[in-house]
Design a protein around this ligand. Sequence first.
Ligand code: 5GP
Ligand code: ZN
Length: 143
Amino acid sequence: MSDDCIFCKIVAGDIPANVVRETDATLAFLDVNPLAPGHTLVVPKDHYERLGDMPSDVATEVFHEVYELVPRVESVVDADATTVGINDGEAAGQEVPHVHAHIVPRFEGDGGGPIHAVAGERPDLSDDDLTDLAAEISATHRE
Ligand code: 5GP
Ligand code: ZN
């Protein structure tokens, strides 16, 4: 637990949240400032700042909870679709430094965009650049 982390405090029960699901390693609760009705956050109970900081089994459980929740939330709020996203790091917009997956219900004509709308200007990469990048990523190990 990180002392000044708001999500650690929610996990510990020190501040209230609208909890929707709990497993040994995860907690899911409604976002206090929702982008849509049913906007849910799934967090690991232990404090990890970045996606890659989680052990593999915890990462698996977090994603499993996303898998379990998306159809449930969609059905409760009668959504047409869902955007699932993780702001992984400050430069990507992460404000709470405790891993959390957003489940954002989406509705026809809700005025929102696809996940493609989150990045800035698109890079100009050739086919060779893409081939080189794929090879480099494929040969790299996690730190
Ligand atoms: P981030 O920008 O870090 O990906 O998203 C943080 C999310 O946490 C925001 O959507 C924000 O509304 C939500 N949030 C921040 N503080 C609290 C809180 O105390 N309780 C709950 N339930 N959600 C919070
Ligand atoms: Zn935390």
